[in-house]
Write a protein that binds this ligand. Sequence first.
Ligand code: 13P
Length: 344
Amino acid sequence: MCMDKALLEATAAALVAPGKGILAADESNGTMSKRLEGVGLESSAEARRAYRANLFATPGCEDAISGVILYDETIRQNMDDGTQIPDYLTSRGIIPGIKVDTGTIDLEGCPGEKTTKGIGAEPENGWADLGTRCAEYFAMGARFAKWRAVIKIGDGMPSDQCIRSNADALAQYARICQDADLVPIIEPEVLMDGNHTGDKCSDVTVEVLRKTYEMCEVHGVYLPGTLLKPNMVIPGNASTVQSTRDQVATSTIDCLSLSTPRAIGGIVFLSGGQSDEDATAHLNIMNAGGQEWQLSYSYGRALQAAALKAWAEDGAEASQAAFAHRAKMNSLARSGDWDISLES
Ligand code: 13P
């Protein structure tokens, strides 16, 4: 296998181009059903398609959205006029991406902890092995991929085994994607759930990222052809001491400086349950400081929550307007030019 390093680098650079970031619309069918039901709508393949097709058709969104991460169901679906979704996105100058992990499973010997699967074939679930799927997705127009690992902070957690297992899987995934000329987004998410402090989140995130890049070296991952999708450094959502926005921004940059190679193609944060405005404000402060990586977004909830609510309550145009607004706000935060007064 021989990866096209120039193509990988060019794709990574386009995904973190100035003023642009990624829309994570790759919720699995189970998660997307919960999201739709959460706003009072029934879920079906057609309901998921209709909501997402409307989102992707938002006028002007290509100014703020460089790429969209799709789910296996969505990459095979069509826009309202019958155009295949990946072809439609490409025609708008938006790069189609694909979630390739097949979800989490309990980690043996580590109660309460998870690892992510998706490398081997799972005939019982209809999944071919990762290399085969990557080749098929590339042929369908995808140029990047995503794999999410989840790390939980708690009593005795994360264990060394959990960190090692997830880092190894992320690195193996990244190498397989690159061999198929897909840019891997490496997403080791340290969850916000719990009552831990911001310092604890920072320590765990540093350890997880260091181990992930150690395993990337072992598996021969070409770092300039990768993107990192990390959590920000935030106290647990049940912690009694919350951080200011400036503290989140500073400790996130400190954490990345201690753990993340300069050579990677860029950083695209996840929103992880932050409010829409917090996710924008944190990114804005980090970029206002001027950083050594391209710092951008790959938000799911923080780009879609308002759009989903509007879809249920006020219809297609309102949903597009809500999405366009959040996309614009995050595009401005990409260069430190967002301001709270722009929200109203
Ligand atoms: P959130 O921004 O909602 O955390 O979603 C991003 C994502 O892709 C999670 O895997």
